[in-house]
Design a protein around this ligand. Structure first.
Ligand SMILES: Nc1ncnc2c1ncn2[C@@H]1O[C@H](COP(=O)(O)OP(=O)(O)O)[C@@H](O)[C@H]1O
Ligand SMILES: O=P(O)(O)OC[C@H]1O[C@](O)(CO)[C@@H](O)[C@@H]1O
Ligand SMILES: [Mg+2]
Length: 461
């Protein structure tokens, strides 16, 4: 079933933009965390945790947010705004792996490795080091303008000397890792990742002006677009541009992509610490997207920005299915999306309106493909060929699978759900994942492309 669905999805052409970066990954152990805490002192760390810095301007901000993420086991990302901290990070950590990062980069490599018909990836900064992180496959293209025409080249042939390289630091943590914060003993409850996202002036999230007029042509070529990276927009830049400017451009990009053909657009949401920017991204872009995907921490943040602080707090603290369903309904309606997909450690959920062309059974199959792909990636570190879906199929559903289903049925009885299609499946959870960063992107890619494939089969695309 899952295999056949992947087969169908592979017939699609997909455009993805905007963010790519180098992920420098550190696998954390208890001793490393302990050393960091001891360096600053438990009291100082605890105090800074209470301040809850939204940006990393000095090392203690990092340590405090890291310890907070470890304590809750939640996937978090915090922007690094002080370029001088590179030296501090590099003197404190040895990076175990360097790999493609950023939603657009990860998704492009995944789709290309799965042998999709055509994958067009655009990122506004493409240095040689970044370009070489793309897989060398004949179905992968980067759009360039030459002689007034759109030319599709492999990213390896399209890099630009002098483009900036963005390096994010990824701290992978594992459930069970233990350390002490003063008298308090902390045991990490879930495996996940903490991202230190580089946010510097030189990195802008936009389509370069010369290429913009070709977006309708790109839109016409593909069946769908997966867009992400808006979290990388700064509120203000020293040249006078601001988030409003870049969001206006981002809106126009989506409209240009849709001009010749009503292609479906998926927006992969990622953590935005600044409430002001988060709100802007939600209000400007969600209404233009057909599909949105995010994780459990992100739905809480989104609801909080929309003014549902109590519900957000409940989701963040208890991660109860009925709260997520309620939050999902609110978001789907307020933003009038076709489909909202939420991935959490134990389950993945789809919410659509009742008139969605796909049946609940079909939506379930789409999520099955999504979690199976994530399980393959978690087991292998990377998916390099379509038949590696088999690895994911061998990964069992998590031990709370039955409980998840039960709580979901209960939630459906309690909340008004007649006007919606609601589907939830337990995740296939790999016990010792090679890494977890990018698993959400993998889930959203599997979900959205299989959703499109089924729509197409019904003549709805
Ligand atoms: N060990 C694992 N095995 C399989 N799937 C996992 C594992 N750990 C996490 N996942 C899935 O990956 C998702 C992570 O998504 P997200 O937080 O968006 O990560 P990212 O943004 O780094 O891609 C989780 O919600 C869960 O469904
Ligand atoms: O917000 P940024 O800096 O674009 O980074 C996004 C981060 O999310 C990921 O794409 C995973 O979803 C990482 O690979 C990357 O470091
Ligand atoms: Mg994510």
């Amino acid at each position: 079933m899952v295999r056949e669905l992947l087969e169908k999805a592979r017939g699609l052409s997909i455009y993805t933009a905007y963010n790519t970066n180098v992920d420098a990954i550190v696998y954390l152990n208890g001793e490393t965390v302990q050393r960091l805490i001891d360096e600053f002192g438990a009291d100082a760390v605890r105090k800074r945790m209470e301040d809850y810095p939204r940006e990393i301007s000095e090392p203690l901000d990092f340590v405090a947010r890291l310890v907070h993420a470890l304590k809750t086991g939640k996937p978090m990302a915090v922007p690094l705004v002080n370029e001088e901290l590179h030296t501090w990070f590099d003197s404190h950590f040895r990076y175990d792996v360097e790999r493609m990062g950023g939603q657009a980069g990860i998704i492009a490599n995944l789709l290309s490795n799965l042998d999709f018909r055509e994958v067009i990836v655009y990122t506004p900064h493409l240095a040689k080091r970044q370009a070489e992180m793309f897989v060398r496959k004949p179905n992968l293209f980067y759009p360039v303008v030459e002689g007034g025409r759109l030319v599709l080249k492999h990213p390896w042939e399209a890099y630009r000397e002098g483009d900036p390289v963005k390096v994010n630091r990824i701290f992978e943590f594992r459930a069970g890792t233990a350390f002490k914060l003063g008298d308090e003993r902390i045991v990490v409850p879930f495996s996940g990742r903490f991202i230190v996202s580089a946010r510097f002036e030189s990195i802008r999230i936009y389509t370069e002006p010369g290429l913009r007029s070709f977006l309708p042509e790109i839109g016409e070529r593909v069946d769908g677009a997966i867009l992400s990276g808006y979290q990388g927009i700064n509120l203000r830049y020293s040249d006078g541009k601001d988030a409003n400017y870049y969001l206006r451009k981002a809106k126009e990009d989506i409209m240009l992509l849709k001009r010749e053909k009503d292609l479906k657009v998926h927006l992969e949401f990622a953590s935005i610490q600044s409430r002001e920017l988060r709100k802007k991204v939600i209000y400007n872009l969600f209404p233009l997207a057909d599909s949105v995907g995010m994780d459990e921490a992100e739905i809480a943040y989104v609801l909080s920005a929309l003014g549902y602080d109590e519900l957000a707090e409940r989701i963040f603290t208890y991660n109860r299915i009925e709260d997520t369903v309620l939050g999902g309904k609110i978001l789907l309606d307020e933003m009038n999306l076709d489909v909202l997909q939420i991935h959490t450690i134990y389950y993945i959920m789809y919410i659509t309106h009742a008139d969605n062309p796909l049946s609940e059974e079909e939506l379930r199959r789409s999520l099955e493909l999504a979690t199976t792909l994530a399980a393959s990636r978690a087991s292998l570190g990377d998916i390099t060929a379509p038949d590696q879906i088999e690895i994911g199929l061998r990964v069992p559903y998590n031990e709370r699978g039955e409980y998840v289903k039960l709580r979901f049925e209960e939630a459906k009885r309690k909340l008004r759900t007649k006007e919606y299609k609601l589907v939830i499946i337990p995740t296939r959870l790999v016990q010792n994942p090679v890494s977890t960063v990018g698993l959400g992107d993998t889930i959203s890619t599997g979900a959205f492309t299989s959703y499109l494939a089924m729509l197409k089969e019904k003549g709805e695309l």
